[in-house]
Design a protein around this ligand. Structure first.
Ligand SMILES: Nc1ncnc2c1ncn2[C@@H]1O[C@H](COP(=O)(O)OP(=O)(O)OP(=O)(O)O)[C@@H](O)[C@H]1O
Ligand SMILES: [Mg+2]
Length: 248
């Protein structure tokens, strides 16, 4: 099972939107796919119309690996399941801190899922916490959506510094731009020649668009209501590039 986590220290940059759309594409291509809503805000659960409720809350979830299995939900989309979150996830940090291996608790939880799924997408909460360190520990590919502004680049550099210090072994970091609007001079400046300056950045990006925003109203991936749009195509190209880079 390959683990893709969608993460940024910053909030509101498109982590949830991207997680849902990429997981949908992965599942539509036939891969057994699970999406884990790791954010107490429950955005992924909302987009996929699954009730955000964990029986016994995150405390019970952490206590036993079999609990994870019991919490899996079908989404109604072929090959796509969801591990929903609820508000109890706000205590995850404190609960992980009490365990014997505080940075490995989540990795232990997902291990039994490897037999069942080809891809796991983790929709992460913003911030840098013990939960995030758990994510870094278990992830194969860290996807970092960012809005093209100098502050976003700065936050990204901070993240890289942190990861270098932690020497997270297997983690591949793939940053990309979301909500790109080339009518804005600042977006033009930041995105210009980015792949020459920072070859690690994905070449494909997602445009700023009301069609993407509409996911919040439609409560479904963009492909279900605008499959032939430029926006849908931009995510297909992004996913293709992610898979190519992962193989390289
Ligand atoms: N490409 C886009 N164009 C326009 N709006 C977008 C785009 N991507 C996401 N949005 C909107 O931006 C807002 C934030 O998106 P999203 O919830 O995916 O971000 P997030 O990083 O998961 O936020 P949080 O840190 O709160 O979890 C939402 O209202 C969403 O509809
Ligand atoms: Mg989110």
């Amino acid at each position: 099972m390959k683990i893709f986590s969608v993460y940024n220290i910053k909030g509101g940059v498109g982590k949830t939107t991207t997680s849902v759309n990429l997981a949908y594409l992965s599942a539509a291509a036939g891969a057994q796919t699970l999406i884990w809503d790791l954010d107490p805000q429950g955005g992924t659960s909302y987009y996929l119309c699954v009730k955000p409720k964990i029986k016994g809350g995150s405390e019970e979830l952490l206590q036993s690996k079999t609990r994870t299995m019991a919490q899996l939900r079908m989404t109604g989309y072929p090959n796509l399941d969801l591990l929903p979150s609820d508000l109890s996830y706000r205590h995850l940090d404190a609960q992980l801190a009490k365990t014997a291996k505080p940075t490995q608790g989540l990795e232990r939880l997902v291990a039994p899922l490897a037999k069942q799924y080809d891809h796991l997408f983790v929709d992460c909460p913003p911030g840098l916490s013990l939960v995030t360190e758990n994510v870094f520990q278990m992830t194969d590919v860290l996807l970092v959506p960012m809005i093209p502004t100098p502050l976003s680049l700065r936050a990204y550099n901070r993240l890289v510094q942190f990861l270098v210090k932690r020497r997270t072994k297997k983690l591949r970091v793939l940053p990309f731009f979301n909500m790109v609007n080339l009518d804005k001079p600042i977006h033009r400046v930041v995105t210009r020649n980015i792949s020459e300056k920072h070859p690690i950045f994905l070449k494909n990006s997602i445009p700023e668009s009301t069609l993407m925003e509409a996911m919040g109203v439609k409560r479904s991936p963009v492909f279900t209501y605008a499959r032939d749009s430029i926006e849908a195509e931009s995510i297909r190209l992004l996913w293709q590039e992610i898979m190519e880079r992962d193989k390289a």
